[in-house]
Design a protein around this ligand. Structure first.
Ligand code: FE2
Length: 346
């Protein structure tokens, strides 16, 4: 077995490959690491055949959807997953077979209704059902402490104590554990009575994950995150530095159109000298009138440098092939002490 554990902050992803056939599965990939997984698979001479999410993640953005688009391989989840884009839905006791490897599904609801563990040879990928020194929480959507108790004590913890445990989260860099070690030392597993366990889980008072709403929206629908939209736009657009723009503004360069895509009040408060106002929200509707010539170089800027990236990408899509975005925004420009103007331009 070829095996790679990839940590993104506390999130753990796993690339599992068959050494004989080079077929592999990628478990719980994270959106921001898509290029890393592809590079890793290439380095190990592996062909990813399946993209597996152990459950609907509420705390980070799944990379399965984008990888599926790029690799044209199926997204795999448990049958209970609410995501419409899942290509292959697995049920308890079923297996994914790739090369000589087998990933066997053990349905373990509790952290979420669609949580599953995957057993492969000497190890088990536990998702958030069992963590190192902890368990997944049960207070997020579809969580159920009684179900988690049953999944743990009636199923997962009855597996061979020597089985290595690879969880979806590990915040302390411990890597992995074993069933036996967790049975002996995991504080959450010391109360094996169902009522006590449920009571303990109900009183953890954990804070909400940072991106809960966006993670659930995108992981359940297959839609894009804001970071993804920005990254896609940024990939199509060249940037200009604050210093470069300042030098060009000061030299009075006449063939550069500087476009402020913020709202009017922000523009009139302070803008880059010579900049024209064309708010992002009106861009498509006003370009014919405001930018009749598609050939000059256009630089878009906004307050932080994000909306201007989207604006420059839109302009390029519409045929303004020399549109660029400022690397940074008006905030950084002001903080650098660069010149500004107030009110309307003559
Ligand atoms: Fe989770």
């Amino acid at each position: 077995m070829i095996f790679e554990q990839i940590a993104t902050g506390g999130c753990q992803s796993y690339l599992v490959g068959c050494a004989d056939t080079c077929a592999a599965a990628l478990i719980d990939p994270e959106q921001s690491q898509v290029d890393r997984y592809l590079a890793l698979a290439a380095r190990e001479s592996l062909r990813i055949r399946y993209l597996v999410d152990t459950h609907t993640h509420a705390d980070h953005f799944s990379g399965t959807r984008e990888l599926a688009r790029r690799l044209e391989v199926p997204v795999v989840m448990h049958r209970a997953s609410p995501a419409p884009f899942v290509d292959m839905r697995l049920d308890d006791g079923e297996m994914l077979a790739f090369g000589k490897l087998r990933l066997r599904v053990m349905y373990t609801p509790g952290h979420t209704r669609d949580s599953m563990c995957l057993v492969a040879e000497d190890r088990v990928f536990t998702g958030d059902t069992l963590l190192i020194g902890g368990t997944g929480r049960t207070d997020l959507p579809t969580g159920d402490p009684a179900a988690l108790h049953a999944s743990l004590f009636e199923r997962l913890l009855k597996l061979d104590p020597a089985l290595e445990v690879y969880p979806a989260h590990d915040y302390k860099g411990q890597g992995h554990t074993t069933i036996g070690r967790e049975l002996a030392g995991n504080p959450r597993l010391q109360k094996s009575g169902r009522a006590e366990f449920v009571e303990m889980m109900r009183n953890l008072n954990l804070s909400m994950p940072t991106h809960l709403t966006e993670a659930l929206r995108t992981n359940m629908s297959g839609g894009k995150t804001v970071a993804q939209l920005l990254a896609e736009a940024a990939a199509t657009v060249p940037f200009m530095s604050l210093e470069e723009l300042k030098a060009r503004v000061e030299s009075g360069e006449s063939d550069l159109i500087v476009l402020d895509v913020r709202e009017r009040d922000a523009y009139e408060d302070a803008h880059i000298p010579g900049a024209r106002l064309l708010p992002r929200g009106q861009l498509e509707l006003r370009v014919n009138q405001d930018l009749p010539d598609p050939t000059p170089r256009i630089l878009a800027y906004c307050e932080f440098g994000r909306i201007s990236t989207l604006a420059a990408a839109t302009l390029r899509e519409m045929g303004y092939q020399r549109a660029v975005a400022l690397d940074g925004g008006m905030k950084a420009w002001r903080e650098a002490g660069f010149p500004t103007k107030t009110g309307r331009e003559a």
